[in-house]
Ligand binder design. Structure first.
Ligand code: KIV
Length: 266
């Protein structure tokens, strides 16, 4: 049986040259399956708002909704490190509120770390939360909670913007984060940031030069028809498999083929 993955394990993976695998999960059955399959880090992402709840952005996701999903993931007792995503406006209004909300993810949800979007602008929050011993994963580049400022989900850090993203990366590391997600930035810039930082970088749409990779589970399983960004690799297509099972069930109920005596109580 594999051992529990801790924050020091994740930190050591970079110098030891072991690449970090991270996936999102939002519930008990998916967590059990992906944990048994050996993923290192499970992110209870606020992407749940898009891929599960059907919103167009992650902005409407609430603390209570996130806590519900973090608790469901926790109940699967994964060996993977569990990171809870901090939803929009759970950390932005001030240090005290941010500490309280991050604390709820650990204390009530059972998460082992939190993820906070933002770079230099959120450095004071990352510092305060880290200082109360809540491990923080940063998230810079294309930060989905900044969709309105960015004018859509656009690659960040091209040309003269690159310097700002590098400054964000340093700000996150210097504030005490144990790792940082690099989303939607040019591969060359992501590789440069990875070489500069001592903490691990985890890429999504940031090329092969990061210390690890993260994707949304619904994207790799073919369960999200709405968006298909270039950086997603679909490892299977569960849509038609689910559809075929449901069609057979409906047909058998209609024809009387299901249920039989084998599915009945005497
Ligand atoms: O919410 C999420 O799933 C994320 C990852 C895609 C990094 O933030």
């Amino acid at each position: 049986m594999r051992k529990k993955i801790t924050i020091p394990d994740v930190l050591n993976m970079k110098p030891e040259g072991h690449r970090i695998s991270m996936l999102t999960s939002y519930d008990y059955p998916f967590t059990r399956i992906m944990d048994a399959a050996g993923v290192d880090v499970i992110l209870v992402g606020d992407s749940v708002g898009v891929v599960v709840a059907g919103h167009d952005t992650t902005l409407p996701v609430t603390m209570d909704e996130m806590l519900y999903h973090v608790k469901a993931v926790r109940r699967a007792d994964p060996k993977a490190l569990v990171v809870a995503d901090m939803p929009f406006m759970s950390c932005q209004a001030g240090v005290e509120e941010a500490c309280r909300n991050c604390g709820r993810m650990i204390k009530e949800g059972g998460a082992e770390a939190v993820k906070i979007e933002g770079g230099m602008n959120m450095a004071h929050i990352i510092r305060a939360v880290s200082q109360i011993d809540i491990p923080v994963m940063g998230h810079i580049g294309l930060t989905p909670q900044s969709v309105h400022r960015m004018g859509g989900y656009k690659v960040q850090g091209r040309k003269e913007q690159a310097e700002r993203i590098m400054e964000d990366a340093y700000a996150v590391q210097n504030s005490g984060a144990f790792a940082v997600v690099l989303e939607g930035i040019p591969a060359k810039l992501a590789a440069e940031i990875t070489a500069e930082l001592s903490i691990p970088t985890i890429g999504i749409g940031a090329g092969p030069g990061c210390d690890g990779q993260v994707l949304v589970i619904h994207d790799i399983l073919g369960l999200c028809e709405k968006y298909s960004p270039k950086f997603v690799k679909r490892y299977t297509d569960l849509g038609p498999i689910i559809s075929e099972a449901v069609q057979r069930y409906v047909a058998e109920v209609k024809s009387g083929e299901f249920p039989t005596g084998a599915h009945s109580f005497s």
